[in-house]
Design a protein around this ligand. Structure first.
Ligand code: IPM
Ligand code: MG
Length: 356
């Protein structure tokens, strides 16, 4: 197959980790007889520096006309002082929205080799961690009105959170369909004891649950969910939630699996074109030092192979290569443990290529 991929290296460690993922993609292409071509696109801080805005129209166009998009990470202290609508993160939000990517899928799965790196007690970890956070990605408070004004001699800030039924229904369907291919359990997370958006969320989810009788459905309040993820993560299969709750809970979920550096994500909408990225940020403190963990991005590339290109075998080969390298005891700093060998970002890439 021939595929064109828009590549957004981004800021901080973005360029280093994307480089390793592209090496893996090239190796997959060679091994399985595909042709992958890459179109470099600027987004985030680099785009602000070069073009004066986080997501220039021409860069967005490259993403819209490619078969899929691979992203490293965006943001950094250099742009922290910018007003909200001029920040690197704004580029990412605009990209998700313009591409219509309402469904963000973040697997929280414990690699057995990394069990010791989990901050949870061994007896909790032993019960297994393997769930997916299905996060609504282009609605809610992220995309409501944001404003700061003077009122009665002080500043007042407002962020509007709203959801329409169709936005809830389409993400709910993704969750039920995903659960159907897994352990058939959906936990919908909301704050229905306080928020109207959550009460509507719950109503729509209950309606959908009727359509999927084979799926075991339950609701959970978000504060309780934060506790349950730490207390007994084995109870979760598919977790579905709104944008901001999903942002927060997916970081918590990644941490209990040992390292946020390991977790990829896919963002999809109606077609097969998706945006694939690790869930971690741009880690400016270690940028340019060849220390970052490239595995989250490499696994994001594997998700692209699977979900956008229907290349299941290729995706599994990449995952198996990652697993083999972990078996060999190779670790980047974020997941280093006693008795293991500390490797750099590019050495981790070398090892995965060799295993592939
Ligand atoms: C994420 C990130 C983004 C988000 C930021 C960078 C805007 O934290 O992908 O989880 O909040 O969605
Ligand atoms: Mg986040």
């Amino acid at each position: 197959m021939e595929k064109q991929i828009a590549v957004i290296r981004g800021d901080g460690i973005g360029p280093e980790i994307v480089e390793q993922a592209l090496r893996v993609m090239d190796a997959v292409a060679e091994k399985y007889g595909h042709t992958f071509s890459y179109v470099e696109a600027d987004m985030g801080g680099v785009a602000i520096d070069r073009w004066g805005e986080a997501l220039p129209a021409a860069e967005l166009e490259k993403c819209m006309t490619s078969d899929s998009v691979l992203l490293g990470a965006v943001g950094g202290p250099k742009w922290d002082g910018m007003p909200g609508d001029k920040r690197p993160e704004k580029g990412l939000l605009a990209l998700r929205s313009a591409m219509g990517l309402y469904s963000n899928n973040r697997p929280a799965r414990l690699w057995p080799q990394l069990a010791a790196a989990s901050p949870l007690k061994p007896e909790i970890v032993a019960k297994g961690i393997d769930f997916i956070v299905v996060r609504e990605l282009i609605g809610g408070v992220y995309f409501g009105e944001h404003r700061t004004e003077e009122a009665d001699g002080e500043l007042k800030a407002t962020d509007v959170m709203s959801y329409a039924e169709h936005e809830i229904e389409r993400i709910g369907r993704i969750a039920f369909e995903t659960a159907g291919k897994r352990r058939k359990k959906v936990t919908s997370i909301d704050k229905a004891n306080v928020l109207d958006t959550s009460r509507l969320w719950r109503k729509v989810m209950h309606r959908l649950a009727q359509e999927y009788p084979e799926i075991q459905y339950s609701d959970m309040l978000v504060d309780n969910a934060a506790m349950q993820i730490a207390k007994d993560p084995s109870q979760f299969d598919v977790v579905v939630t709104e944008n901001m709750f999903g942002d927060i809970l997916s970081d918590e979920a990644s941490m209990i699996t040992g390292s946020i550096g390991m977790i990829p994500s896919s963002s999809l909408g109606e077609g097969s074109r998706g945006l694939y990225e690790p869930i971690h940020g741009s880690a400016p403190d270690i940028a340019g030092q060849n220390k970052a963990n490239p595995i989250g991005t490499i696994l994001a590339a594997a998700m692209m192979l699977k979900y956008s290109f229907d290349m299941d075998e290729e995706a599994e080969a990449v995952e198996a290569a990652v697993s083999r390298v972990l078996d060999q005891g190779l670790r980047t700093g974020d997941m280093m443990a006693e008795g293991c060998t500390l490797v750099s970002c590019s050495e981790m890439g070398d090892a995965i290529l060799k295993a592939l």
